[in-house]
Write a protein that binds this ligand. Structure first.
Ligand code: RTP
Ligand code: MG
Length: 140
């Protein structure tokens, strides 16, 4: 299996509840390594661009409001099969459907305020990582 990189975001509901360290421990316990990490407050434009794939969805405006409502922590995770592994550790979008032991099962508040983002493919991971980080900010 190949070593991959993926983009992770700790969302505003989680930073508001001071859960960054606890969530990071779930990721490290899954053998994902932080090769870049920074805390930022997304602008409306950044959130709209980042979640542009959802712009026709009924929840888009609410999603942008939420993602700009407080600080987030954007991270590059590296490891074997990192894209799929991160999605596994995150759990289902709706915490009601998330497996035991996943981040969303243990911390998410609801289908929107679900504590973490993770890239859904290697192709999108590359695009999302480049959106937030310069190559020099990623240290493997
Ligand atoms: P993400 O992109 O953040 O990793 O989440 P995901 O793949 O599990 O879910 P996705 O379908 O891509 O949805 C993106 C984010 O939009 C919010 N959402 N709200 N109100 C709703 O029904 C609803 N559905 C999705 C969530 O914050 C979700 O993670
Ligand atoms: Mg998604």
């Amino acid at each position: 299996m190949a070593v991959e990189r993926t983009l992770s975001i700790i969302k505003p509901d989680a930073t508001a509840r001071n859960l960054t360290g606890k969530i990071n421990a779930y990721l490290e316990d899954a053998d994902l390594r932080f090769v870049a990490q920074k805390r930022v407050r997304l602008t409306r434009e950044q959130a709209e661009t980042f979640y542009g794939v959802h712009k026709e969805r009924s929840f888009f405006n609410e999603l942008v409001e939420y993602m700009t409502s407080g600080p987030v922590v954007v991270q590059v995770l590296e490891g074997e099969n990192a894209v799929a592994k991160n999605r596994e550790v995150m759990g289902a979008t709706n915490p009601a459907n998330a497996d035991e032991g996943t981040i969303r099962k243990d911390f998410a508040l609801n289908v929107q305020e679900n504590s973490v983002h993770g890239s859904d493919s290697a192709e999108n991971a590359a695009i999302e990582i480049a959106y937030f980080f310069a190559g020099t900010e990623i240290v493997g």
